[in-house]
Design a protein around this ligand. Structure first.
Ligand code: ACO
Length: 328
C-alpha cells in the first residue's frame, strides 16, 4: 500500500538573515559559512511557532482542495513548540477548526517528518483517510547567538502536507542511537537539576555541561560523521525494502543540514547531486521543516509528477535517522 501527497503548504517568516549579518555578532565570514555549509541566508521568525504551523497547514488544506473538517488526524513535528503542553497539533486543530481530527506531536528532531510519514502510513492502514502532517520550527528561539559554530546554521520555517492512500508501495527505515544523545541537545530552561537516574545513581549526567539551558549544543564533527553514514544507510535500506536501487529514484529530498553532507551521501550512493533537492542556501537548517518545505516548493514548481519515485531522508538529535521511498 502506497501513500499519496494530496496537498502541500509552507510558511517562511519575512525576516532574512544573511551570512554578512552574522559577521556583526560573531567572528565568522560569508566565505567560511558558504564553504563549510552551503548556507547563504535563513529566515528568523518574530511570530510564534504555532502561527507558522497554522499558516502552513491552512495552505496545505487549500492546496488539497479540502476543508479543515476533512482532516481526521494531525501529526505535528517540532522541537520548538510554544508550549510544553498542550501539543502543537492540538493548538493547530483548534485554531484551524479541524474538529474531526485526532491530534498529537512527534519528537524525532530533524528526522521527524520522515517519522511522521511512516506513522501516517500506518494510520492509513488503520482506516484514517486524510492525514495532515505539520512540521514547524522556530529554531531561533533555542539558538545560542554567541556560539559561532551553531548560530549560523539554523533558520525558522513551517511545512505541511496532507497524505492519503496511494498506488505503489511506501517503504521506510528508521533508526535511533541514544548513545550519541550528548552530541546534540538542548536542556529545558526549567531543568536545573542534573540528569541523574534514580535507578542507577552511577549513571550521572553524561551530557557535557557546556551551555546554558534552553539553547542547542552540538558537537558538529561527531554529528557530521553520524549524518553521512545515516543518510546512505537509511536510503539504501528503504530502497532495498522496496526492491529498488538508489539510481531508480527520480528525486531525493534530504534534510538540509550541510551541503557537504548531501554531497557525501550522493557520492556514497553513486548518484548525481542534481538528483537531490537543495534549498539550504536560502533557508539553512530548519530541522524537521526542511523536507516538507522542500516538498511544497517542488509541488509549487509542478515537479511532483505522478509515477515518479521519491526518496526522503533525515537525521538529527537523538541521535535518530529515517529514510523512506514511495511513488508519487
Ligand atoms: N565561522 C568561522 N569559523 C568557525 C565557525 C564559523 N561560523 N564555526 C566554527 N568555526 C571554526 C571552529 O572554531 C574551528 O576552528 P579551530 O580549527 O581554530 O578550532 C574551525 O572552524 C573548524 O571547525 P569544525 O567544527 O571542524 O568545522 P566543520 O568543517 O566540521 O564545520 C559544521 C562545522 C558546519 C557545524 C559541521 O561540523 C556540520 O555541519 N556538522 C553537522 C551538523 C548537522 O548535521 N546538524 C544536524 C542536526 S541539527 C538539529 O538536529 C537541529
Amino acid at each position: 500500500m502506497g501513500l499519496k501527497i494530496l496537498g502541500t503548504g509552507y510558511y517562511l517568516p519575512e525576516t532574512v538573515v544573511t551570512n554578512e549579518d552574522f559577521t556583526r555578532i560573531v567572528d565568522t565570514s560569508d566565505e567560511w559559512i558558504v564553504k563549510r555549509t552551503g548556507m547563504r541566508e535563513r529566515r528568523i521568525a518574530s511570530e510564534p511557532t504555532h502561527v507558522m504551523a497554522e499558516e502552513a497547514a491552512r495552505r496545505a488544506i487549500e492546496n488539497a482542495g479540502m476543508s479543515p473538517e476533512d482532516i481526521d488526524l494531525i501529526l505535528c513535528t517540532t522541537v520548538t513548540s510554544d508550549y510544553i503542553t498542550p501539543s502543537l497539533a492540538c493548538i493547530i486543530q483548534g485554531n484551524i477548526g479541524a474538529k474531526n481530527a485526532v491530534a498529537f506531536d512527534i519528537n524525532a528532531a530533524c528526522a521527524a517528518f520522515v517519522y511522521a510519514l511512516d506513522m501516517a502510513h500506518m494510520y492509513l492502514q488503520n482506516g484514517y483517510k486524510h492525514i495532515l502532517i505539520v512540521s514547524a520550527e522556530g529554531l531561533s528561539k533555542i539558538t545560542d547567538y554567541t556560539d559561532r559554530s551553531t548560530c549560523v546554521l539554523f533558520g525558522d520555517a513551517a511545512g505541511a502536507c496532507i497524505v492519503g492512500w496511494g498506488d505503489g508501495e511506501f517503504k521506510s527505515v528508521l533508526g535511533s542511537d541514544g548513545t550519541g544523545a550528548h552530541t546534540l541537545f538542548a536542556r529545558r530552561p526549567l531543568n536545573d537539576v542534573p540528569f541523574v537516574t534514580q535507578v542507577d545513581p552511577q549513571s550521572v549526567d553524561h551530557f557535557p555541561d557546556v551551555n546554558r539551558p534552553g539553547v542547542l549544543y552540538m558537537d558538529g564533527r561527531e554529528v557530521y560523521k553520524f549524518a553521512v553514514g545515516a543518510m546512505s544507510k537509511a536510503l539504501l535500506g528503504a530502497c532495498e525494502k522496496a526492491g529498488l536501487q538508489p539510481k531508480d529514484l527520480d528525486l531525493i529530498i534530504p534534510h538540509q543540514a550541510n551541503l557537504r553532507i548531501i554531497q557525501s551521501a550522493a557520492k556514497e550512493l553513486g548518484l548525481p547531486l542534481e538528483r537531490f533537492y537543495v534549498n539550504i542556501d536560502r533557508y539553512g537548517n530548519t530541522s524537521s521543516a526542511c523536507i516538507p518545505v522542500a516538498l511544497a516548493e517542488l509541488n509549487a514548481q509542478g515537479a511532483l509528477v505522478p509515477g515518479k519515485k521519491v526518496g526522503m531522508v533525515g537525521f538529527g538529535a537523538g541521535l535518530v535517522y529515517g529514510g523512506c521511498v514511495f511513488t508519487l
